[in-house]
Design a binder for this molecule. Structure first.
Ligand code: ADQ
Length: 414
């Protein structure tokens, strides 16, 4: 098979409402994850490791920290026409911002016309996984369809959060029906508690994508959404193939690790995905250097664990601890600490995700909480111990009892 010229389009302009308050001030793909990464690093690492080096990232909503991260971290040589370019909404087709994910691509068609690819790979920017898109592109070309949709099984309780794929029993590689975020769906024949979810990753034959976007733009009854409008457009024409994520091979990965895929769309799933990394045999392995996940290297000094002035030792167990962290006489358990976090003496941090530069004062107790960047927790304060008290102090508390303190929130002492 002759190699195909591929342009990758990363959709990074969504608001990420369900990740509030972490997305109050930043785009969802820029949300920090696993200590030193941003969510978008997983999508971009997958593309680069797949050998796809012409990548445009379509940004819009509160995109400053995302644009900065891309330009500082993902600088690439323009030699050989390799690039990762962050492209903000520019109103190239009239006076509206991106109306939906399909409209984001429609407004950016100049990028496709410039690159003249055979194939356009379109992916989201807010999932944690490893995937070799070159294998999906090969399968797409073999399928003869105009679009291929990557698919993975998900538990039935999440059905209203995903595009649901029904395959054709006579031709299991074809999509017979596709419904975006239905209230319910029949389970799979061999597993009634699961359904087949779209991963929001698509491979298109370029001409077919261009025609679908033009047709969509001319319609009135559309939300200009990839999952809601463009994929159903191809399914109605019996022209959509499914790509089974579980067949994707990753060098250096165990079966468990290579089948890991998490949509970190809500605070609870964001928290759980962080926790998946810290068990002794983690569900997702950040240490597979045959398929590295790239990110910005911090200039902070190495982490250290020291005795406080009163002689109490600083320690961390079953935790990820990033550069610049100082644990000075406090105890950290089952937590993810981002860069430059400081834990003072006799403080207890258990089951937490602390983002950059969080300061936990002496004797403070923080449990099952996500603490956003720069928050200072005063000496003796408690967070995550009494959910009603947390709510009264203006912190978000999820149904599962997870407390979130957002950027700029002041934690009262005591
Ligand atoms: P969602 O993630 O809920 O479902 P959406 O909110 O459209 O769909 O986000 C998809 C991607 O597009 C995200 O990376 C987002 O940042 C981006 N995006 C959203 N609106 C945008 C806009 N106006 N401009 C630019 N980018 C935008 C999708 C699919 C489902 C699938 C799930 C998998 O629609 O079918 O099951 O992803 O998580």
């Amino acid at each position: 098979m002759a190699p195909k010229k591929v342009l990758a389009v990363v959709l990074a302009g969504g608001e990420g409402k369900r990740l509030m308050p972490l997305t109050a001030d930043r785009a969802k793909p820029a949300v920090p994850f696993a200590g030193s990464y941003r969510l978008i690093d997983f999508a971009l690492s997958n593309l680069v490791n797949s050998g796809y080096l012409q990548i445009v990232v379509l940004t819009q909503y509160k995109s400053h920290s995302l644009d900065r991260h891309i330009s500082e971290t993902w600088r690439m040589s323009t030699l050989l026409r390799n690039y990762i370019a962050s492209v903000p909404a520019q109103q190239r087709r009239g006076k509206s911002w991106f109306l939906g994910s399909a409209n984001a691509i429609y407004q950016s068609l100049n990028l496709i016309h410039d690159a003249q690819p055979d194939i356009v790979v379109v992916i989201g920017a807010d999932h944690v996984y490893r995937m070799d898109f070159a294998q999906m592109v090969d399968a797409h070309v073999k399928s003869g369809a105009s679009v291929s949709v990557a698919a993975v099984r998900q538990p039935m309780n999440l059905v209203d959060q995903f595009g649901v794929i029904e395959t054709d029993p006579d031709d299991p590689g074809r999509i017979a029906a596709f419904v975006e975020k239905p209230k319910s769906t029949p389970g799979l024949p061999d597993d009634p508690d699961s359904f087949l979810a779209s991963m929001g990753n698509y491979v298109f034959t370029t001409d077919a994508l261009l025609k679908a976007l033009e047709d969509d733009a001319a319609r009135l009854d559309t939300k200009h959404d990839m999952g809601g409008d463009i994929i159903p457009y191809f399914v109605e024409r019996n022209d959509a193939a499914v790509y089974d994520f579980t067949t994707n091979e990753i060098p250096g990965s165990t079966d468990r690790d290579r089948q890991y895929w998490r949509d970190v769309g809500t605070m609870d799933s964001y928290y759980d995905a962080n926790m998946d990394l810290i068990s002794p045999l983690p569900l997702f392995n950040l240490y597979n250097l045959q398929w590295p996940i790239y990110t910005r290297q911090s200039v902070s000094p190495p982490a250290k664990f020291v005795r406080s002035s009163s002689g109490q030792s600083g320690e961390a167990h079953d935790s990820i601890v990033s550069a610049g962290v100082v644990v000075s006489g406090g105890a950290v358990q089952s937590s993810v600490l981002a860069t430059d976090v400081f834990i003072d003496e006799a403080a207890e941090v258990t089951g937490c995700v602390l983002l950059d530069k969080v300061h936990v004062g002496a004797g403070a107790v923080v449990r099952r909480a996500i603490i956003d960047k720069n928050v200072r927790i005063p000496a003796g304060a408690t967070i995550g111990v009494d959910p009603d008290l947390d709510r009264r102090r203006g912190f978000a508390v999820t149904d599962s009892g997870l407390t979130i303190v957002s950027k700029g929130q002041v934690v009262p002492p005591g």
